[in-house]
Design a protein around this ligand. Structure first.
Ligand SMILES: Nc1ncnc2c1ncn2[C@@H]1O[C@H](COP(=O)(O)OP(=O)(O)OP(=O)(O)O)[C@@H](O)[C@H]1O
Ligand SMILES: [Mg+2]
Length: 229
């Protein structure tokens, strides 16, 4: 799915969270969104998914995610930075996802098992009672099982254990070539392994847009982290 954003602006009261962002990602692009806390990464993601109102133009395969959300939604998968505190049980969440996305529950369970998450065992627990990592695993399982055209992952590995992170890397590498991946990340290893392009935000503006190597070279502190990895 092709992503086009022109002059996106978003204010929260006096805070200019996005102050004129332009971004075009062709289908199959693998983009890491980076930048300091509060720079606007999650806001940009929520804007392009049509989850919040904004000024400017956002087009996903030429359509507005805000106005055409029903048509677009079936092609999107989104794992938010903070999982919603759902009182529904894991079974109910899986049923909701499989029903709305026309998925087989067995496929979600299969992907979850790759993350060492046993959905049958967790089934009767309220989603909000799962550990942070288990919530992330369940949401990632649903996202991968849905086989979207645009995969949007906001800090997806923040709570994952080492094995699950490796599994996540492997699943990303197996995505079809035309799947667009947008990933918010503070981790150098994710930039290097999952992205071919870095878009850096600072204070609601794009401050860098280019190849991963170039970004790492330009950021000495990150380069040092790579050297010691
Ligand atoms: N719902 C909201 N209401 C008010 N202000 C908000 C809201 N969401 C974001 N902001 C503000 O917008 C700015 C950008 O926030 P955002 O969450 O997009 O940053 P981020 O780059 O994702 O940061 P982090 O690395 O901490 O996840 C911040 O100043 C934040 O306080
Ligand atoms: Mg964020």
């Amino acid at each position: 799915m092709r992503v086009e954003i022109h002059d996106a602006r978003k204010r929260f009261g006096r805070v200019g969270a996005l102050r004129g962002v332009d971004l075009v990602v062709p289908a199959g692009g693998r983009v890491a969104l980076v930048g300091p806390n509060g720079s606007g990464k999650s806001t940009l993601i929520r804007t392009l998914l049509g989850l919040i109102d904004y000024q400017g133009t956002v087009l996903l395969d030429g359509r507005s995610p805000y106005d055409d959300r029903v048509e677009i939604a079936a092609q999107l998968a989104y794992v938010p930075q903070v999982a919603p505190a759902l009182g529904a049980t894991v079974d109910e969440v899986v049923r909701l996802v499989t029903h709305t996305r026309d998925l087989d529950a067995a496929e979600v369970a299969r992907v979850a098992a790759l993350f060492d998450l046993d959905l049958a065992r967790a089934g009767s627990q309220p989603f909000r009672n799962l550990s942070g990592g288990m919530k992330q695993k369940l949401l990632l399982s649903a996202a991968f099982a849905a086989r979207p055209s645009l995969m949007v992952l906001d800090e997806p590995t923040a709570s994952l254990d080492v094995r699950a992170r490796e599994q996540f890397f492997s699943m990303c590498s197996q995505l079809d070539a035309d799947v667009t991946l947008l990933l918010c990340s503070h981790r150098v290893e994710e930039l290097r392994h999952l992205a071919n392009r870095v878009v850096a935000l600072d204070d609601g503006r794009v401050t860098f847009d280019g190849p991963v190597d170039q970004y790492l070279q330009a950021n000495a502190a990150l380069a040092a982290e790579v050297a010691h990895a």
